[in-house]
Design a protein. Sequence first.
Length: 245
Amino acid sequence: MEENIVESKNREIPAFLSWWQGGNRYEDNVSEDGIKLQLDFEKNALYGDKIWAQLYSGIKISYISGYEIFGNHKPLNLEIGIGNGEFIANMAAYKPEENFIGVEVFKKIFKLAEKRANKNETGNIKIIQFDAALILRLMRENTLSNVYVNFPDPWPKKKHKRRRLLKPDFMQLIVSRLKKGGLMQIATDHDDYAEEINENIKEVQGIKSIYDTSFVRKVDDYFPTKYYRKFVQEEGAYFFRYEKL
Ligand SMILES: C[S@@+](CC[C@H](N)C(=O)[O-])C[C@H]1O[C@@H](n2cnc3c(N)ncnc32)[C@H](O)[C@@H]1O
C-alpha cells in the first residue's frame, strides 16, 4: 500500500481519486466530451502505470462503455477491491453471459488476480490496477447491473476510520452507475464497519434493501474468498444488498 501513497506524493494529483492517491473523490472530471483514456489491456489485465502516464492535473476525461472494453453489450458488473481475484474469477466463469470488471489498487495483490483473470476462457473479465473512485466515474450513469464490494479494508484504528471507502458519497456514486434494478452488494465481517455502513447507507438516495432488513448475516450464493474463509465461515458476515429504484 505504501508504494502507491509515496508515488502520489511526488506528483500533481488529478482531483478525482480517493484518499488512497491523495485526491478528492468528489470533484467531477469525467464527461461525454473529454479525452478518451486508452485502456490498453495486456490480455485481461491493465496496470495503473499505463493510466497514470495519461493523467495530468485538470484533465477532462470521457466515459468508457462496456462495449469499448469487451466489444459486446452483455450486462456489466464491477467489483471494487478484488484482492487476489477469487471472487470475480469465479463469477466470470459462472456467468459467461455477463461481463465483469475488477478494480484493485494494490499492485502486489493485483499480480495474483492477474494470473487468475488470465486463465479465464470466456472472455468476460477485465481487471484494472487503479483506484476504484476513478474507474467508477469512468462508467456512464445507469449502466451497471451489479457493483460488489467484498470485505473492504476496515481500518480498525479510530484515527484511520476516515479512510474507509463506504462513505455516503462513495455509495451514492456507486448507485449513480447502477441501472434501475441493479444491485449494490457489500460484504463485511467487521462489526464496527458494518455499523457505519448501516448508518451511511441511510443517507444514500434511490435504493432499497432487497431484504426485509438492512442486512443479513448469511447468504447461500456467495463465492468464498480468502477473507471469507479466514474470518466469516463460523461467525457469519454482514451482507448488504440494495437495489436501485
Ligand atoms: C480486505 S481486502 C479484500 C479483498 C477481496 N475483496 C476479498 O474478499 O478477499 C480489500 C481490498 O480492497 C482494495 N482497495 C482498497 N481501496 C481501494 C480503492 N480505492 N480502489 C481499489 N481497490 C481498493 C485493497 O487494496 C484490498 O486488496
